[in-house]
Write a new protein. Sequence first.
Length: 261
Amino acid sequence: MKSRADTGGRRAFTFVELLVVIAIISVLIALLLPALSKVHALGNEVICQNNLRHLMGGMISFAADHNEHLPGTYFDVSDPVPSHRDWLSLDGNFFSAPQGGLLFPYVGKSYETYKCPTLFENAVGSGTYASNGRFNYATFIDFSGASIRNIKPTSLIYQPDGTGRSVPTPVVVEEDGDEINNGNMESGHSNIDRIAHIHRGDGFYACPDGHVEWIIEPLGTMPGRASYGAWDWDFINPHGVLVSGGYNSFRWGDWNIGRAY
């Protein structure tokens, strides 16, 4: 028979003790997981905000090289002037985005700049995609070819009670997965396109001066308004007229001449 000294004075765990240790570890993991998940979500938010800053910075740099004008959108792919075409894909082909767009050289040719990690990880609404795998951001079509100096710093977003609230103007937005991934895989934000509701329940957008805002964009049709999504936004054109962000009939430079559809 071995003495206690023969085993070095150590006693093996009993089965019950092992179960207690496992239970304690399980409780600790359960307590830590929400905190770790929150940290992960906050990390994704930071990446998304940086992407938007980078994209808007690219827009500003592009404008500096092109007489203050922003690039075009999906509806400008046949413009005879190459610098007026789509910022995301010169030929409007989903498979040439984003490397085939005007903005790509201005963001360091970084594919990751065009993708939000949260949208990649989470299916949104009724959509079948967490992400289309190429881009998650879009620009308001109203500002296609707009001179940056002709974009007012503030605009109106309409609230559920029908009143308008003044907020910094959005140019580049993270678009809802249902819109940008399900048969609408292009660079323009208009009509019923919505901003993604995935960062603390809502989303981010970039402004003409390059800073990023978090917005609670209402869901559903507002009283006295025909539709929702981009229609809930009103911008002030160069002639001081309110123009809805929902129009998709703007082409390169229409904003600068004060056109209001």
